[in-house]
Design a binder for this molecule. Structure first.
Ligand code: ZN
Length: 437
């Protein structure tokens, strides 16, 4: 149950201090560390590149930022937490009275000891985020403000890792890498994705699994723009319907380490295979969980499920997007995530992909009356199993529903039998030549 929990937590701890954003060296440093665990192909896309309806922005980098009080003490210090600076702040070096400075300060009056996470990607702005109680303790006077940042032509950075499968058809697993020191909202997802990739590589999976580590929104849009053929089989410029692309299924992973119950948000299609697999696995495992309908909000499922792509991509979180008070604050820290929760999220992903990988449709080659199983040694083959009766029932169900219309998941759901038992039965029947894929 807790496999790799401590290792994933250790990875989150390493990534936590870095100042990530939608571009810049914080993203690169993050990918460098993830690259120690799984090999990554890093892509650098120049500022100004047109990506679907968007343009890759200038690259933001920051070295230091602080507010110093009249006595020269750093009362707000980027070195203490990357959350203290408004993401994408333009550089500033000035002295000003507190009254003027207030217009650039962001606090959370309802949680006076927490520091909010704020950004201003597309409007040139500078600012600081701090605890309300810190602000309340500041005396009037002249304050020195410094943001030592650069906003210049550069690149947007994202990375991919591929676990080759038996077939070229792909499952994508996507997580965002653009949040600074927030543990649940992106680092836990990165850690689970990393260990999921390692687990899948232990034996060659059926599908090819492509992991995407990209900044939220603009990163996913950039990936889609550069992979339109992989996704749709045609370029979006030709405005032809989807269908022939290699990407068959996908999962957006986020908020993977908090103590809440798992939440699966369906794809836009609502009945995609991944939707059915996730619901089945969550229900069969008897974990407390929620399955919710698609909304065009949240994480990058918004992009993958935009109507031109309409991929079978769902989203797995524990507590969903913006669903907890610690969300986008300094309280989403290393205490908010746990090895156990990440291990549980990882376990569910592994169970779901194990089902997805084995789910097939078969056709019964002997559909007129029951074929004689004993003559083919199929009853004997079950002798050693502790679930002989179940396995026998599974064979009868697979034979009965294998009409080319029903998948093994359909068989498992209709029969109430465990998916693995059904898939094993299909394997035995296939071996005996009674069904074909
Ligand atoms: Zn977020």
């Amino acid at each position: 149950m807790t496999a790799h929990g401590d290792e994933m937590y250790a990875l989150v701890e390493r990534l936590y201090p870095l100042c990530r954003s939608i571009t810049g060296d914080g993203v690169r440093a993050t990918l460098d560390i993830v690259g120690e665990y799984i090999p990554l192909k890093v892509h650098e896309v120049p500022t100004g590149t047109q990506v679907l309806d968007w343009t890759v922005p200038k690259e933001w980098n920051i070295r230091d930022a602080y507010i110093a009080d009249p006595a020269g003490n750093r009362v707000v210090d980027f070195r203490a937490s990357s959350l203290h600076v408004l993401g994408y702040s333009v550089p500033v070096s000035a002295t000003m009275p507190l009254a003027e400075l207030r217009g650039h300060l962001h606090t959370l009056p309802d949680h006076p000891s927490w520091v909010p996470y704020r950004t201003s990607y597309y409007k040139p702005e500078w600012g600081f985020c701090l605890a309300q109680e810190t602000l309340d303790a500041l005396p009037d006077g002249e304050y020195e403000v410094c943001v030592d940042s650069t906003l210049a032509d550069g690149h947007l950075t994202y990375a991919e890792h591929v676990v080759p499968g038996q077939v070229a058809d792909e499952v994508i697993v996507s997580c965002h890498v653009c949040h600074p020191s927030l543990a649940n909202d992106n680092l836990a997802g990165i850690a689970v994705a990393t260990y999921l990739a390692r687990a899948l590589a232990e034996r060659t999976p059926y599908y090819t699994y492509r992991f995407i580590f990209a900044p939220g929104t603009i990163g996913a849009i950039t990936w889609l723009a550069r992979n339109a053929e992989r996704v749709n089989g045609v370029s979006p410029a030709r405005a032809e319907p989807r269908a022939w692309g290699r990407v068959k299924h996908g999962l957006v992973l986020a908020c993977a380490g908090d103590p809440g119950a798992l939440t699966y948000k369906r794809s836009r299609r609502g009945d995609a295979e991944i939707d059915r697999v996730m619901r089945h696995v969550l229900t069969a495992s008897e974990r407390p969980h929620h399955v919710t309908e698609f909304t065009p909000y949240g994480y990058d499922e918004r992009q993958y499920c935009s109507p031109g792509f309409d991929l079978g991509v769902g989203s797995l979180t524990r507590t969903p997007y913006a669903g907890y008070p610690e969300y986008h604050t300094s309280a989403d820290n290393l205490d908010f995530v746990s090895p156990e929760a990440m291990a549980d999220t990882l376990a569910v992903c592994r169970e779901a992909f194990a089902v997805l990988d084995r789910n097939r449709q078969y056709v019964n080659l002997s559909p007129y009356g029951e074929p004689q199983l004993g003559r083919r040694g199929l009853y004997d083959a079950l002798g050693g199993r502790s679930d002989t009766k179940q396995a026998q029932m599974a064979m009868l169900w697979v034979l009965n529903l294998s009409d080319g219309e029903h998948s093994l998941l359909d068989v498992a759901e209709r029969s109430g039998l465990p998916f693995d038992t059904v898939a094993d039965a299909a394997g035995a029947l296939h071996g005996a030549g009674l069904i074909k894929a």
